[in-house]
Design a protein around this ligand. Structure first.
Ligand SMILES: NC(=O)c1ccc[n+]([C@@H]2O[C@H](COP(=O)([O-])OP(=O)(O)OC[C@H]3O[C@@H](n4cnc5c(N)ncnc54)[C@H](OP(=O)(O)O)[C@@H]3O)[C@@H](O)[C@H]2O)c1
Length: 321
């Protein structure tokens, strides 16, 4: 089969198309022929060595496709089922060994590219606003990278709940997308973000900041919070946040900071099905739009990473095998 293989740490150029043996499934696994593959920021962290893995490896963890074979002990899925997943290593490939424990049925009517790029970002948005801080209608929150994959989903889910969403973006086109998703105020990174958030909240500050940008925005996120506000630092698209003096949380208003990751919010099958089901159902009934901002042939994974890291993409991005 064709896949992307990575043999060394480096820039996007280390993502090389290769012919490799088909995966061999073991107990509890499905062999899936991929229809579309989700590209996520974490794929760039792994490629650059920020999250070390053994090499050579096939990148990617997310996708959708049709089940071609099942291990004898699998009862939940059968050949021909359409499934999606967010946690199967080796997903930048025409065939993937997907543990049945992480496979999610795709509702009919949900298109492959959408299914392939909705779960990782969608379940992240879900745990951020259901399990880390659940804003009430009328509360104000800050969402960075408002036109990104997670940003557009977070904004729609929050706005639908009556939450006032203030976002940051880098360009006019991204501002337009963020407003269409439901943002009430769209700021630029160079704005005085804490001052603007305080103006909008009669001096109180935001109930929560959902920050996947990291190094460039962490200080502004912290300074934008109200007393007992929550900073969910869920990524570092601009780089990791440097060490931090916990004492500052007291002076800032008895603040909370957490650095969550999806795996700890999908701890068992029930939790995974709850989050994935809410996201798939919201897509199927039209209350959540997944913007697939760009698609690339699998062989052009290099270009997909360049665009993602170069801030050229909006919404999710997908590779087609
Ligand atoms: N912890 C978790 O469980 C979890 C799960 C999924 C994703 N994440 C994190 O969530 C964040 C968003 O992921 P995503 O896949 O949806 O990506 P994305 O938001 O579509 O892309 C990243 C965006 O970050 C913004 N950005 C700001 N400064 C940047 C810089 N110096 N370099 C590159 N981008 C910069 C850009 O938007 P502007 O041009 O508008 O600034 C860019 O489009 C990432 O940090 C990712 O690691 C975390």
């Amino acid at each position: 089969m064709r896949a992307i293989e990575v043999s060394e740490i480096g820039g996007p150029e280390v993502l090389r198309a290769a012919e490799v043996p088909d995966p061999v499934i073991g107990p509890g696994q499905l062999l899936v022929e991929t229809e579309a593959i989700g590209v996520n920021f974490i794929d760039t962290y792994i490629r650059t060595g920020r999250y070390p893995v053994a090499r050579p490896y096939i990148p990617g963890s997310e996708g959708s496709g049709v089940v071609a074979a099942v291990a004898p002990d699998v009862t939940e899925f059968a050949v021909g089922d359409r499934v999606a997943w967010a946690a199967a290593p080796g997903s930048y490939a025409q065939k993937v060994a997907v543990p049945a424990a992480v496979a999610i049925p795709v509702p009919s009517g949900v298109e492959s590219s959408v299914a392939a790029s909705a779960l990782l970002q969608g379940m992240t948005a879900h745990y951020l606003i259901e399990s880390i801080y659940r804003p009430e209608s009328g509360e104000t929150v800050l969402v960075h990278a408002g036109a990104g994959g997670v940003g557009l989903i977070l904004t729609q889910l929050l706005a639908a709940r009556g939450v006032r969403v203030v976002t940051t973006v880098s360009t006019g086109d991204k501002e337009k997308l963020s407003r269409e998703a439901g943002a009430s105020e769209v700021l630029r990174y160079e704005d005085d973000i804490p001052a603007r958030v305080r103006e909008l909240t009669d001096g109180a500050g935001a109930a929560a900041a959902y920050d996947g940008v990291g190094a460039a925005t962490f200080e502004a996120s912290l300074a934008s919070l109200r007393v007992r506000g929550m900073l969910a630092l869920f990524g570092g698209a601009s780089g990791p946040v440097p060490p931090f003096d916990l004492q500052r949380l007291s002076g800032g208003g008895s603040l909370f900071v957490t650095r969550p990751t999806l795996v700890h919010y999908t701890r068992d099958r029930a939790e995974l099905l709850w989050r994935a089901g809410d996201i798939m159902n919201a897509i199927a009934d039209g209350t959540l739009q997944i913007r697939v901002g760009a698609t690339y042939p699998l062989s052009q994974a290099e270009q997909a990473h360049r665009d993602l890291e170069g801030r050229k993409t909006t919404g999710s991005i997908v590779l087609l095998p």
